[in-house]
Design a protein around this ligand. Sequence first.
Ligand code: AMP
Length: 259
Amino acid sequence: MTISSVKQSMAPQRPAKKAAAQAQAEVAGDNVQISGSAPKACGAQLAQQGNAAAEQCAGNGAGPGAAALRTPLRMILIGPPGSGKGTQARLINQFFKAPHISTGDLLRQEVKQGTELGKQAQVYMQAGKLVPDEIMLKMVDNKLAGEESFILDGFPRSKAQAEHLDQTLAKLGKPLTAVANLMVDDEIVVKRLKERGRQDDTEEIIRERLKVYHEQTEPVTGHYQLQTLLEPVEAEGSVPQVGYNVITQINSRLRPQGC
Ligand code: AMP
């Protein structure tokens, strides 16, 4: 874990009240540091020390909660295109060491390598449409089978994908920890993506992707709300501000009661 340089204090802008009571975060660029002040020295330290914090909790007599701390992070990032899922996934990865699985990146790799799958997917990607499930489901299943923990970015994008994922994770015995819903206004998305300038970031394709997001992906949040896994995250601020929001919210789910 090398989350190091800390330059800018976030103290005046802490939005996550329950976490703010127990943790302090300082951030600079993509570097975020959370330091714990919980009585038994675990809490937010988990973010820095991973399983070492679990051991510490166990040593402190935290009881059954300590087992919960050892549970690997398995989470999903949901949000419209341009909400910063990839950037936040990289930050979360620095903290919790869970591998980042981006279906968009996996597909772009296939396109770049000129594989048959890539050729099929490219047609949909260039039109801002969803790549068919017969390609997506197998690709994600294969990836998840090999990972104990994960930060899933860009999947599921429909209720059908969410239901399939439920089944896959149940079969693998790998339950989810949390689903972070990054919330950003459409016009901010359009502005951000036009500046990013990826091949599928023309205004016409961006608007189509937003339409697809609202029609097909947004309902997925209800699916996870019912499972009490959803963490709404205000994601219009700077990268470090949003990073602070996400990490403290996830951290509060990893920390067992009374630890
Ligand atoms: P992203 O990098 O997540 O914005 O994804 C780029 C494009 O890849 C999307 O616009 C879709 O065409 C395709 N894609 C990524 N993930 C999925 C998914 N879970 N289901 C269907 N298509 C996807």
